[in-house]
Ligand binder design. Structure first.
Ligand SMILES: Cc1ncc(C[n+]2csc(CCOP(=O)(O)OP(=O)(O)O)c2C)c(N)n1
Ligand SMILES: [Mg+2]
Length: 339
């Protein structure tokens, strides 16, 4: 573990013990599910397009622990961590990814289009950058209704070169919207590195040009990320307006399941793997006496069982029947179907 990681656990009055345990639990749930999905795809027991999330778990867990079901979240195709963190059950996630009726959208959305409005998970979208204006709309609605809820939108570093993103930041600043823009900077847009596709890789600096409070944080450092995101969510809830948070991480796997990683500099990737957020967090918690190994092993065991049970559930949930294809498309569609 690096000194930076140690000091961020040791210094400053951080979150209490329960929050630390919650962060660990959510991170473990994300990484276990991600690894189990990759294994199921590798062995052919599951078939879907999948964008692995290893490397994002600390950022996602912080968002999840900070938000309540009343707060909104808008995410992308690389959404597993966000969806888990927002409280959607592993069972429903896997059923959705497998096209089963027991999924969050009755199996009709699939891996890239998960939503669960009851948990505040409003949209996940495959269109890069499109979550930003959607989040603005949700935040504007909350503002007009005087609701103290925050809207968080996550997107990749590549999205910061999309037009809708810039229009969205501009408008959010102008209207002082209660939204938190969380850039999950994994240093890659598909197979192109951040430094190769933009002249200004300091994404927080670019966002600040819209007169938005902007901050960059090490997204592998759980507690630093938690502190920054907590301030941003509180600012949104209390009418302080939007915040841009650049969480600097690294994509520890391929862009999509099945892609190779040969184009990624091996030493750069290895250096990132050496900073793998969950093992470092676990070590820091134990070293600082904030949790003991047996307690964390229990969490790991419980989650391993949960993930296994979720696969069972997904397998036993019936495939989505054809009659469902025309349902849930438009408001009042039940009536249309009866005609
Ligand atoms: C508007 C649009 N343009 C192009 C694509 C194709 N595409 C899919 S993923 C991706 C990379 C986006 O990179 P980034 O925003 O950094 O997200 P990451 O995949 O790294 O999480 C691209 C270009 C798309 N889905 N939508
Ligand atoms: Mg990226």
């Amino acid at each position: 573990m690096t000194d930076t990681a140690k000091s961020s656990v040791a210094s400053e009055a951080g979150p209490d013990g329960q929050v630390l345990r919650d962060l660990y639990t959510v991170m473990r749930r994300i990484t276990s599910l991600d690894a189990a999905i990759v294994k199921a795809l590798s062995t052919g027991t599951m078939a879907t397009t999948y964008y692995p999330v290893h490397g994002l778990e600390a950022v996602c867990a912080c968002i999840g622990v900070l938000l309540s079901p009343e707060d909104y979240l808008v995410s992308t195709y690389r959404c597993l961590g966000d969806v888990v963190a927002k409280g959607v059950s592993s069972r429903e996630i896997l059923a959705e990814m497998n096209g089963r009726i027991g999924g969050t959208s009755k199996g009709k959305g699939g891996a890239m289009h998960m939503s669960d409005p009851h948990q505040g998970l409003m949209v996940t979208t495959g269109v890069v950058g499109s979550g930003v204006p959607i989040a603005n709309g949700l935040a504007l609605a909350a503002k007009l209704r005087n609701e103290a809820r925050a809207t968080v939108v996550t997107f990749g570093d590549g999205a910061t070169s999309i037009g809708a993103y810039h229009e969205g930041l501009h408008l959010a600043a102008l209207w002082n919207l209660p939204v938190v823009f969380v850039c999950q900077n994994n240093c890659w847009g598909e197979h192109t590195s951040l430094s190769a596709y933009t002249k200004e890789p300091d994404l927080a600096k670019r966002a600040a040009a819209y007169a938005i409070e902007s901050v960059a944080v090490d997204g592998f450092d759980v507690l630093a990320t938690y502190r920054v995101l907590r301030a941003a969510v509180e600012r949104a809830r209390s009418g302080g307006g939007p915040t841009f948070v650049e969480c600097i991480t690294y994509r520890l796997g391929p862009h999509a399941f099945g892609n190779d990683v040969a184009y990624m500099p091996a030493d750069e990737r290895q250096a990132a793997l050496d900073r793998d957020p969950l093992p470092r967090f676990r070590e820091a918690l134990i070293e600082r006496g904030l949790a003991d190994a047996a307690e964390l092993d229990d969490v790991d065991r419980r989650i391993a069982e949960e993930v296994e049970g979720a696969f069972e559930f997904a397998r036993s949930s019936p495939p989505t029947p054809e009659v469902e294809l025309l349902r849930d498309l438009f408001a009042g569609d039940e009536e249309v179907l009866r005609r």
